[in-house]
Design a protein around this ligand. Sequence first.
Ligand SMILES: [Zn+2]
Length: 367
Amino acid sequence: MKTVLKVLLLFSLLGVFSGLASAGELTVSFFYIGHGDCILVQDEEHAILIDAGMAIQGDRVVELLKNAGVEKIDLLVLTHADPDHIGGMSAVIENFEIARCLEPGWPDTSRTYANFLRDLERKNVPVENPRAGDEYDLGEIHIEVLFPEMPFIEGAHSDGNANSVVFRIEFDEVSFLFTGDMELETEQRLLEAEANVRCDVLKVAHHGSRTSSSAEFLDATKAKYAVVSCETNSPLGHPRPEVVARILERDMEFYRTDVNGTVVCKTDGSSADSIEWKVERGDANDETVNQNPAERLRDMVTGGNSGSEEEQAQEDDQPEPSGSRLRGMFDRFRRGRQPRGTEGDQQQNQDGSQETQGEHPENPPND
Ligand SMILES: [Zn+2]
């Protein structure tokens, strides 16, 4: 990237992330980190980090947190152990003091998860497995855990996703719902339990995958705003057009990191109408970040330090990709990007060839 652009980007980032929230304010930053989730919640005195993106984003996550004025993480939440949520954790644990960690305790068998627990233990970070009904308070920030609820969900598209930590944050009169990569089964359990899923700001589950965000659930949230975290030109087709349509049909104000870049909202807690939104378009165009889809696909083909192919395939909402299909996707990225508006809706056939389907919600890809 040209130096001038880098300087401009740095200034624009500094403009958005000018430190902790002012007195009586809450700031929530949905960082653009390619594919994955990384969300920072801050009031004047506290920082909560929810997930940390892929391993290849670890250094960037640390830099983003430092730019946001984070010196200590009061609460580190791992919603679940997929690589696009846990990957950057080792860099975070290495670089910050962490007062407490919440993670679902679902029996993930990956080496990354074992290393995560080992890193936390090495730094004497207390780890808890939150369960529905648990509550935590950090100053004026009130957290209410909605899931997991025992027994764990079994037999979902991905049980790891389905047992994500789901929780609400209340800041005075304003509420947020964080959903990890929960699945339709999770939504159903929450609705059956009559859990309080009402919120002003909804973190759309699983990057806008079709395995979440049922109409019934979206209705129950009564959200005014929705934010989805996904990568630019997602090879997984995130967010799915049918999910986008469902959100827009409900008149939610919709932000997506693949288009808006990092999305930041700030509130004084008085009402949903008081929430101010800022988007940082620049980092969604940052080639140093956007190379990552290709790197990730290469890792899926060749293995690599950001998780095994098995781990990667678990979090995809597509049928488990075959090696040849993955190579086709990787080759496509090596050949270069296609104009926006076509690529996100391209489907890969089993033989690696592609077909472009309409972008219109009425003509969704049939994966
Ligand atoms: Zn994910």
